[in-house]
Design a protein around this ligand. Structure first.
Ligand code: GLN
Length: 285
């Protein structure tokens, strides 16, 4: 029977040989997930022998990580904006940068109004759920083209007990004008697929091999969704309604133009922790 320390050493070497960055950290985090303890608590348990079933699960997890499967898909969950979300290969793994999008919305709207919000691209449901939790009077509609993503988002909605305030709809924003919702929303938000076709191939193996391609790239110039959403949002927003986007590196100028061509004003850009323009928002004229 292997001890905690022996298992960590073997797995670290295995992951290093596969070319996984921060191999020891990955080995520790996966084992602490299985043992249901904090990573640093492993250090108090170095001599503890692993039970056969723990070793088996650990071996499976390490093999998967060695094949570059993202950590979050292996453990099946992630924390976003202080909340827990289930994730699997059908949804984009929520990113830290996207927390800035949530923060920006919460800082720029009136929390005491009964806001109607539309989220485009549900994924795991991280955006609608974080907003609904922090805006107890709001109602959110969130759309996604993927039925599989919506089932993950529904599971997360259940986890956070928000069925009465969040509705998910399976539809394609590129072909659906959502005519039923003219002049309906106070806020429209999206973190759309924004990586362009050429750049997609250059991304990390973890993303290219495992994350849903349709959630990451528009398979075009990177602006397809910004154009479509800006255009359609005009009709869906109420007067003075606001449109919020997460954007990719180097996209802010062009997206600002797209929004302004579609009648948005007071366009504001917010940077992320690395100083990169990450969120753009504007008000419907
Ligand atoms: N809204 C989800 C997120 O921000 C999914 C976005 C997407 O799939 N492009 O993580």
């Amino acid at each position: 029977m292997l001890t905690v320390l022996e298992s960590l050493k073997l797995s670290t070497t295995f992951l290093e040989n596969k070319g996984i960055e921060s191999a020891r950290m990955n080995a520790e985090l996966l084992l602490s997930h299985i043992l249901n303890c904090k990573r640093l608590d492993l250090y108090l348990r170095f001599d503890q022998p692993l039970k056969p079933n723990e070793t088996n699960i650990y071996r499976e997890f390490i093999t998967r990580r060695g094949n570059f499967e993202p950590f979050q898909y292996i453990v099946g969950e992630v924390e976003f904006y202080g909340l827990k979300f289930f994730v699997d290969k059908n949804v984009l793994i929520p990113r830290q940068e996207t927390e800035i999008l949530i923060e920006t919305i919460l800082e720029n709207i009136s929390k005491t109004d009964e806001l109607k919000i539309l989220d485009i691209g549900s994924g795991s449901g991280n955006i609608p759920i974080s907003l609904a939790v922090n805006l107890p009077l709001s109602k959110v509609i969130s759309i996604d083209i993927s039925a599989e993503a919506i089932s993950v988002a529904e599971k997360n909605r259940e986890l956070h007990d928000l069925k009465s305030r969040i509705g998910f709809i399976k539809t394609d924003i590129l072909t659906n004008n959502l005519d039923k919702y003219l002049n309906t929303f106070d806020v429209i938000v999206s973190n759309p697929p924004y990586v362009n076709k050429q750049e997609f191939a250059t991304l990390q193996k973890e993303i290219v091999d495992y994350e849903p391609e349709i959630a990451v790239t528009d398979n075009c110039d990177g602006y397809k969704f910004y154009k479509a959403i800006s255009e359609k949002s005009r009709n869906l927003l109420k007067e003075n309604g606001m449109l919020f986007f997460e954007i990719g590196h180097g996209q802010s100028e062009k997206i600002k133009n797209i929004m302004s061509e579609n009648g948005f004003e007071k366009i504001t850009i917010i940077k992320d922790y690395s100083g990169i323009d990450r969120v753009v928002f504007g008000v419907k004229r």
